[in-house]
Design a protein around this ligand. Structure first.
Ligand code: NAG
Ligand code: NAG
Ligand code: NAG
Ligand code: NAG
Ligand code: NAG
Ligand code: NAG
Ligand code: NAG
Ligand code: NAG
Ligand code: NAG
Length: 664
């Protein structure tokens, strides 16, 4: 015979399923976000060629410092970066910048995420015309090609600042490299212009690097006061590294001249070492003076860099993907878990509070102090550990800690509800309870815990006394009879306790659950398996009870209060005989105590079942005989035949009362 005594110790709320779903959802959301980010980053990224197309200018951005000033403006022939003073009125805003910019970042840095240390070689070329209306040195301010980190023209960058930097060098927050065709001579520090017609390379400021090409001789093909249409080429050789410039006033040059007009050593890898977004711009600016500046064509090609021939997959994107997706998913998961835990905590707490309303709620720190940090363990069950404790006023307590409390919260709440409502001198009384919520934050994690606080029973359990674990001189014949009586009236009280839904069955009557007071009075405890149920209706739940004590129907999962009567019968035999309800060496294996007693009755020597160490007096002898016959009646296999607890108490109190009507 086998009894499954299996406390339900697993979680019963759908934590994993719900979180799992949300995990999947958040994973896909994260993946979508990352994917979108990646796509948006991919699209305009890393163009290696730029060409101004006057019929489709979608790849350029027009910029000016004065909003709605009308410049730069596009004509079928070219783009006017400044107004033509001959065709515009005096109301034309001066002190302005006209600038065009390639819309999408060029692949100077971005092909490997901006970490490339070597700035690639590139070539650019543009054709423009400066139309001057005034005499030499009185027309402003020229045109420049630049690579710059500035997405828009800086504030106050009009006039001699060519739309490239602020008026004060100290304020400069952008990096640039420029090729300027300058039509105004500035003597101020920071310019050092050789003439009002020169070509120079500027890096980070507007002082042209040496050498500078002075074109102020009117016979120079690049003289800037002659309305020439000029085509210029710039080539940066990254392995040299230097910038070379060619220029011609040929209106339709077949190819660039043989000799560059400028060759300036310059390592752009260092210039842009801290920058990732680099734009190419063509810019013209006016101050008090003005001129017409027209851009006819422009192209730029990043060339021949080994890094570009085989564009690498961006490692940072992969890294981003690898880190961000799980991170976001984990974050979502943590949030979901937190909410879930909060809800369960809240539900459990409310549930328990409502169930245990009449008794006091203890705080966890009260319990810590009462038990001196849970040092003295006095008992242990399938789902619980019992600790000894003392209230501040010295009242001793037994504190039962339920493990895995969420799982059992309904069971525990039921126990609480029953316990807090039941007051009887032979029932272990509940003094209070405590709920410690589940915690699950990064490094701290703890299951919810429920504590039930009972009065402390100094003499331990009946089981300990019967098994000789304690000095049992106190357990004489009279004491045993009174313990039987105590337990009987406790059960009678339980069974008669009316609840809206029915009766209370203890379901686990056994010697371990009979606790003894200082005066060896018995109290029935441990309602862990108590269930509320409609009268006489079978509860079809897990088989419950303890081997040896459980009634036959309990193995079929059918429990009534008559199952308690059976267990009580076994308990009476145990108390009378001192034998173990199961596995006692004195009875045949697989025989239950009741059958053993029955066989004694058959041989007409029922009194031989009595523990020989008991010195029974003659008057007690009759009472014990009555107890044993009562036990047999209680242990009948058919639950309907067993007496009620009321009847049992009646017989115990009046040994002469007739019980034969229920015995066989
Ligand atoms: C302009 O040039 C003339 C003669 O070439 C010179 O006298 C004058 O100082 C110059 N003015 C400026 C502002 O450079
Ligand atoms: C631009 O010029 C105005 C007027 O001189 C000045 O108040 C402002 O601070 C300047 N802005 C910058 C960024 O230099
Ligand atoms: C280029 O400049 C030279 C020298 O000033 C001049 O003779 C020639 O006519 C110019 N070419 C064009 C196409 O204007
Ligand atoms: C340049 O062109 C403008 C407008 O067509 C004209 O007024 C001016 O005289 C020209 N300058 C020269 C040096 O030809
Ligand atoms: C760039 O410079 C290196 C080293 O001086 C030279 O070998 C190479 O030919 C140059 N590249 C071009 C396209 O001129
Ligand atoms: C140019 O600068 C880069 C980055 O500082 C450096 O790695 C490279 O060696 C420099 N090139 C030369 C020729 O100095
Ligand atoms: C790049 O940043 C470093 C460190 O801040 C700085 O020392 C260096 O001067 C910067 N280079 C440029 C060209 O701004
Ligand atoms: C501005 O230009 C006009 C002619 O266009 C000239 O008369 C005036 O003196 C200039 N003002 C300054 C401050 O240079
Ligand atoms: C860029 O323009 C220049 C001058 O018109 C021309 O020589 C060159 O071939 C062009 N390059 C490209 C890639 O179109």
């Amino acid at each position: 015979m086998k009894v499954v005594h299996a406390p339900i110790c697993y979680a019963n709320y759908p934590r994993t399923g719900f979180s799992g779903l949300l995990f999947v959802v958040s994973m896909s959301v994260a993946a979508t976000v990352v994917g979108a980010l990646q796509q948006s980053a991919d699209q305009p990224d890393c163009i290696t060629e730029f060409k101004l197309d006057l019929s489709d200018d979608s790849n350029i951005e027009y910029q000016s410092l004065i909003p709605n000033s009308g410049i730069p403006y596009k004509t079928p022939k070219g783009i006017f970066l400044n107004y033509d003073p001959s065709i515009t009125t005096s109301s034309v805003p001066r002190y302005n910048v006209g600038r065009i910019r390639n819309k999408f970042p060029l692949a100077f840095k971005c092909s490997d995420g901006g970490s490339r240390s070597l700035f690639p070689s590139f070539t650019t070329s543009f054709t423009f015309q400066i139309k001057t209306f005034t005499k030499y040195n009185d027309s402003g301010d020229g045109i420049a090609f630049a690579l710059t980190t500035d997405a828009a023209a800086p504030e106050n960058s009009t006039g001699r600042f060519l739309g490239l930097m602020q008026q004060k060098v100290e304020d400069r927050h952008q990096q640039f490299m420029a090729l300027e065709f300058d039509t105004f001579q500035n003597f101020e520090p920071g310019f050092d212009d050789p003439s009002a017609s020169h070509v120079g390379i500027d890096v980070g400021n507007l002082t042209s690097l040496k050498p500078v090409k002075d074109t102020s001789d009117p016979s120079d093909p690049l003289y800037l006061y002659q309305n020439y249409t000029i085509t210029t080429w710039l080539f940066y050789n990254s392995s040299d590294p230097a910038i070379y410039v060619w220029a011609t006033n040929d209106t339709d040059p077949a190819e660039k001249p043989l000799t560059p007009i400028l060759g300036v050593p310059q390592n752009l890898s260092q210039v842009f070492q801290n920058d990732t977004s680099i734009y190419a711009v063509i810019t013209a600016a006016s101050g008090n003076n003005s001129q017409a500046v027209i851009l006819y064509s422009w192209n730029l090609t990043i060339i021949d860099h080994e890094d570009l021939k085989e564009p690498k997959r961006r490692p940072w994107k992969l890294l981003y993907l690898l880190i961000a997706v799980p991170f976001i998913a984990l974050l979502a998961l943590a949030a979901v878990r937190a909410i879930c835990i909060w809800r369960v905590n809240h539900r459990s707490g409310t549930f328990l509070r409502d169930a245990a309303r009449p008794v006091r709620r203890f705080t966890y720190s009260e319990l810590l102090h009462a038990t001196s940090w849970f040092t003295e363990e006095i008992g242990r069950g399938g789902c619980s550990v019992v600790y000894r404790g003392n209230l501040q006023d010295g009242t001793p307590l037994a504190i039962k800690k339920m493990k895995n409390a969420h799982a059992d919260v309904t069971v525990i709440a039921r126990e609480l509800q029953i316990l807090s409502g039941l007051q009887h001198r032979n029932l272990l009384s509940l003094r209070g309870w405590c709920f410690r919520p589940e915690q699950n934050f990064c490094c701290r994690s703890r299951r919810a815990e429920i504590f039930l606080i009972f009065e402390y029973m100094p003499n331990g359990t009946l089981h300990d006394h019967l098994r000789g674990a304690k000095e049992d001189s106190a357990l004489d014949s009279a004491r045993r009879l009174s313990i039987i009586h105590d337990v009987a009236i406790a059960l009678e009280f339980l069974h008669s306790y009316a609840t809206p839904t029915g009766f209370v069955a203890h379901r686990d009557v056994k010697a371990q659950n009979v606790l003894l007071t200082e005066n060896m009075e018995a109290k029935l405890g441990d309602f862990g398996l108590a269930r509320l149920s409609a009268h006489h209706e079978f509860l079809t739940e897990n088989p419950a009870g303890t081997v040896g004590y459980a009634a036959p129907e309990a193995f079929r999962g059918q429990i009534t209060e008559k199952s308690d009567v059976y267990s009580f019968g076994v308990l009476m035999i145990e108390i009378a005989s001192g034998m173990r309800p199961s596995g006692d060496v004195r009875i045949a294996p697989h025989t239950v105590l009741a059958d053993w007693l029955h066989s004694m009755t058959m041989r007409n020597n029922i009194m031989e079942a009595i523990d020989t160490s008991l010195n029974i007096t003659a008057t007690e002898s009759e009472r014990w005989r009555s107890v044993l016959r009562l036990a047999l009646a209680c242990c009948q296999p058919e639950h309907a035949n067993r007496p009620s607890m009321r009847k049992v108490v009646n017989v115990l109190e009046n040994p002469d009362a007739e019980i034969l009507e229920v015995s066989d």
